[in-house]
Ligand binder design. Structure first.
Ligand SMILES: [Zn+2]
Length: 408
């Protein structure tokens, strides 16, 4: 499979509401989900009368496994893991050196490796408590930091889309005047806004994994999409999409091995440092790796029971590896509910329990060697259900666990 990089530029306000409003206000999710992009691509091909073509049937999995996996498109390149923390009083990534910034920020850091080593080794009389890493910060309380971020040349930057409230009224078709009780207020993602750098336009970065021979067809279709999300008839959702070919899955596999090794080295060195605090003999450092969720995942235990924890058995089933030594050390996860609208069937989708993006699952094994290839394959195929719609995208040993050891 090869990866197509997709950049979505908003030309009008965007609205991706997940469910019908219980009250007057309707909130939008703050990124473009894979299902939205997939639905728009399918609708375009359906309108062109390509429903019965083998390309359409393979791309969207009619009577077979889908040959294209649409990932969610985010305002930044990466998602902060649930273990990331920031100062409670001055939260946010450090400003770039030399830049004039009106607000003080004490940086974002990651707590996974320290917390894991402390919990496993339990040095006598010591407990791990995360604290702001800025010198002389008082009281230095830390709290979880979530969201999307981007790495520029010199610094990390948090990325989010500002939302604004529109108010619209329904018209009575006979009288052509405002209809009673049809005032509604969708919360929309702004297409542009003012920041320190001047005017900024809303960009989302995502990707699609697709079988090699179908990539040209999808590369032609995606840039033809002009609208995403709801409210196209009311001036919402106008977009421009650019698409370019990225690396193949083999190239990604080499990068994964490098990340696994860097993670192993980092855990080893911290394990040794904390082991010196323990009086008793300490066990040798085990092989540890993490599975990070880069998008919401629909996980089912035994194939039917909704859960928010990825167990060792589920990981073995998903990767096809049999490893009796594999065990789940820790999980840092949260949950949410996701619905949606099925464009082709014109029916609402089932509301599913999802494990939120940014969740982290830490596994221990006796030997990493049999895991390299299956984990690389898992990064492409995703985990859980509805992976073609962008659910269950995983990243093994997210880089932020390593770079976040020092505050960014
Ligand atoms: Zn602080």
């Amino acid at each position: 499979m090869i990866q197509l990089h997709v950049t979505i530029t908003a030309l009008s306000p965007l609205c991706f509401s997940e469910r019908r409003p219980g009250g007057q206000f309707r909130f939008s999710i703050d990124y473009v989900s894979g299902a939205v992009l997939r639905g728009a691509a399918a609708a375009l091909m359906l309108r062109a009368g390509e429903e019965q073509t083998p390309t359409f049937r393979r791309l969207f999995g009619v009577g077979q496994a889908p040959a294209a996996l649409f990932r969610c498109a985010y305002p930044g390149d990466a998602v902060l893991p649930h273990t990331a923390m920031s100062c409670k009083d001055y939260p946010g990534f450090l400003p770039s050196p030399g830049a004039e910034s009106s607000e003080a920020r004490h940086g974002v850091f990651d707590t996974l490796i320290d917390r894991l080593c402390f919990e496993q080794l339990q040095p006598p009389g010591l407990l791990y408590m995360p604290r702001c890493l800025e010198d002389h910060c008082d009281p230095g309380r830390a709290e979880a930091s979530t969201g999307f971020y981007q790495r520029d040349a010199t610094r990390y930057q948090s990325r989010s889309m500002p939302q604004r409230l529109l108010t619209r009224v329904g018209l009575n078709r006979q009288r052509m005047a405002a209809e009673d009780a049809l005032l509604y207020s969708p919360m929309v993602l702004s297409e542009a806004w003012w920041s320190d750098q001047g005017s900024e336009q809303a960009h989302f970065v995502g990707s699609v994994w697709v079988d090699d021979d179908l990539a040209p067809a999808l590369r032609t279709t995606l840039p033809q999409i002009t609208h995403l999300g709801s409210g196209a008839a009311r001036g919402l959702g106008q977009v421009q999409i650019a698409c370019e070919t990225g690396p193949s899955s083999y190239a990604e596999s080499a990068r994964l091995q490098a990340r696994l090794c860097a993670f192993k080295t980092m855990v080893r060195s911290r394990w040794q440092e904390i082991a010196t605090l323990c009086e008793a003999t300490v066990p040798p450092c085990p092989y540890i790796f993490t599975i990070n969720l880069r998008s919401d995942a629909i996980l089912k235990e035994y194939g039917w029971l909704s859960t928010t924890v990825l167990t060792a058995e589920m990981l073995q089933v998903a990767t096809g590896v049999t490893d009796p030594s594999l065990c789940l050390l820790r999980s840092y996860s949260s949950y949410d509910y996701r619905g949606g609208w099925h464009t082709a069937q014109r029916l609402p989708k089932d509301t599913a329990l999802v494990t939120r993006l940014g969740s982290v699952f830490v596994f221990q094994t006796a030997d990493l060697t049999p895991w390299y290839a299956p984990l690389a394959a898992l990064e492409v195929s995703g985990i859980g259900e509805r992976t073609a719609e962008g659910f269950g995208e995983v990243r093994v040993c997210d880089n932020f666990h390593i770079v976040g050891r020092t505050r960014q």
